[in-house]
Design a protein around this ligand. Structure first.
Ligand code: F6R
Length: 610
């Protein structure tokens, strides 16, 4: 979704802003723009399309050591140059005239009323955006300082925002504010960076300050001053981010998605380091902030996430029920908050999110906290909104995920749930023998994933076959069902083919009617206690002319057009390994179709609006 960058310091701002916007491209956007304040005044350049189109539209010389930039994902108004940010408002009454520029992420709920009031006051609005109203409110505020003008304006806004404001009347500063949309400051040597996402500043500094909701800051070349909406000073030190610029490079890979699938063995190894306690056959999860007594107290687990994270929550709930025998379920966070959920003191709530910025999940966390529940997070991005709001958690340590379609973060979520299930199980009735079995199986996962990704020929063949089917099913049962759901999701996201997941057992209750030679089925078939039943259901498909691509274990005989096998793990962990070929299937199908794999249409990497 939308991205913000800003710079103030001793260097030319334009290349830094363009580079920052390029780093944010992965989030998804439809237009981009920058405003730079130089010795001869301010220049704003905006364009529809990619950052490279903006770059091409820049004048040869765009001097200035302070500026702000934005990639926009249309919410209020279509993608157009007029709607792109920075939005501007002139103070023509000033001598000489001055201009306020604003970049904004989020959605202002009362924009319509604010725009109407401005128009009634004679302001001519030039865009359809909520952001333009913010720029005019700041420009018209009866205030002595830019900070006061920003505070007076945000007091009139309802909704979510991360704002960066540049004012030609105050060329020595950028003022920023945050409420519900991420914003960080990067601290350099006599220079400061502003970004909605650490990836935009990581080339310049590893020292960052995360703004919390309700916080504003004055950013100058010499540093920053944080304050609240009632102008109270906030003391906050910079923290060090571990992400490096190299992790954001494509290297020899054609796509980030493939790079991220292939790096899972190393990233998982890193995630597991120090977290497995072989002596007591459990997981060491200090970040949960829950001692054994506290872990025993919970009688239920409720997992909240969106999209693929929700499917991983379903997989996690099954793991928790299997290993800890605690009732567990997952629910889309996007629905949870709106059904006035009952928050139980003896339930452990778990928010799961790669970005840690998904608005629906962040709101669900707030709902649980507001009602006094205990919520922990399985989050990838360190210092993100959700990671900071939860009571404790397990960082996923998957490293940056750039491709819009999530792969390695999903695997890390599943493994995170396995660790949580193990810890919950071992303070209950999971025996040391079973605990040891799971610890051993977890330790094997990185190597086994390495084997799966190295042996891709069958997957490529299957993907090419599936790519040309107008529609397909993914089926699995019990432990295999979340894997099927995630497989279907990945496939449709990047190949634009209709893919639907069903429980294998449900086929005969309706969907079997659709089976024909034109509708192939990807079947997740672990070698477990349900194997015979799965085989029976697959016969029903092939008897009706349906083609089957099976993802199963070595030695399992199935009536399938193609069989892809994965190594055996502990049965509870099998769904994790069975998921890896579904990532490759989606990737190779999209490749065969020539689709834009890393940036699928209509989708954004982190969905920071509701
Ligand atoms: C699927 C995908 C989305 C995300 C969902 C949640 O490939 O990427 O379904 O899983 O938007 O995002 P996070 O995990 O960042 O909360």
């Amino acid at each position: 979704m939308c991205g913000i960058v800003g710079y103030i310091g001793g260097q030319a701002a334009t290349p830094i802003l363009i580079d920052g916007l390029t780093q944010l491209e992965y989030r998804g956007y439809d237009s981009a723009g920058i405003a730079v304040l130089g010795p001869t005044g301010a220049r704003r350049v905006r364009s529809v399309g990619r950052v490279r189109e903006l770059e091409a539209a820049l004048p040869k010389r765009l001097a200035g050591k302070v500026g702000i930039g934005h990639t926009r994902w249309a919410t209020h108004g279509a993608p157009s140059e007029a709607n792109a940010h920075p939005q501007a408002a002139d103070r023509s009454t000033d001598a000489p005239p001055t201009t306020v520029f604003v970049v904004h992420n989020g959605i202002i709920d009362n924009a319509r009323a604010l725009r109407a009031a401005l128009e009634a006051d004679g302001v001519e609005l030039t865009s359809d955006t909520d952001t333009e109203a913010i720029a005019h409110l700041i420009a018209r505020a009866d205030a002595d300082t830019l900070e006061e003008a920003v505070l007076a304006t945000i007091a009139r806004l309802t909704g979510t925002y991360a704002l960066a404001v540049l004012d030609t009347a105050h060329p020595d500063r950028i003022v920023v504010a945050r409420n519900g949309s991420p914003l960080i400051l990067g601290v350099g040597d006599r220079e400061m960076f502003i970004a909605s996402d650490a990836s935009a500043v990581v080339r310049h500094t590893s020292q960052v300050v995360h703004l919390d909701d309700g916080e504003c800051a004055t950013v100058t070349a010499g540093g920053f001053h944080l304050f609240t909406a009632d102008a109270q000073h906030v003391g906050k030190a910079a923290t060090t981010i571990t992400m490096t610029a190299d992790e954001l490079e494509l290297g020899d890979h054609q796509h980030f998605m493939l790079k991220e699938i292939l790096e899972q063995p190393q990233s998982l190894e890193r995630m597991l380091t120090g977290r497995l306690d072989e002596r007591f056959a459990t997981a060491r999860l200090d970040g949960l902030n829950l001692d054994p007594q506290a872990l025993r107290r919970f009688r239920r687990v409720k997992i909240l996430g969106c999209g693929s994270a929700y499917y991983m929550g379903q997989l996690g709930a099954q793991l928790i029920e299997d290993l800890a025998r605690v009732p567990a379920d997952a629910e889309p966070a996007s629905e949870f908050r709106y059904r006035n959920p009952i928050i139980e003191p003896e339930t452990l709530y778990v928010a799961v999110s790669q970005s840690g910025e998904t608005a629906d999940t962040a709101f669900a966390v707030q709902e649980v906290k507001r009602k006094g529940g205990t919520i922990v997070g399985l989050v990838n991005v360190v210092g993100s909104t959700i990671a900071r709001e939860v009571d404790g958690g397990i960082y996923l340590h998957a490293g940056p995920e750039v491709a819009v379609a999530s792969t390695k973060a999903n695997t890390h979520m599943a493994v995170g749930f396995a660790l949580l299930a193990l810890a919950l199980g071992r303070v209950r009735d999971l025996s040391i023998t079973d605990g040891t079995r799971i610890v051993k199986a977890l330790k094997e996962l990185p190597r086994q994933i390495g084997e799966i990704v190295a042996d891709g020929d069958k997957v490529v063949e299957a993907a090419e076959l599936l790519a040309h089917a107008p529609s397909l099913f993914f089926v699995g049962r019990v432990r295999g069902y979340p894997t099927a759901r995630e497989g279907a999701q990945k496939f449709k996201e990047i190949s634009y083919r209709h893919a639907e997941a069903y429980q294998t057992s449900e086929l005969k209750h309706g969907p079997l009617a659709l089976i024909s030679p034109e509708l192939p089925t990807v079947a997740i078939v672990p070698d477990d206690e349900l194997l015979d039943r799965n085989i029976g259901a697959l016969h029903e498909i092939s008897a009706r002319g349906g083609e089957i691509i099976a993802i199963t274990h070595d030695g399992v005989e199935l009536d399938a057009r193609l069989t892809i096998t994965v190594p055996r793990s502990a049965p509870e962990l099998d769904p994790i390994l069975l998921m890896i070929p579904t990532q490759l299937l989606a990737y190779h199908a999209a490749l065969a179709l020539g689709e834009n794999i890393d940036k699928p249409r209509n989708l954004a990497k982190s969905v920071t609006v509701e």
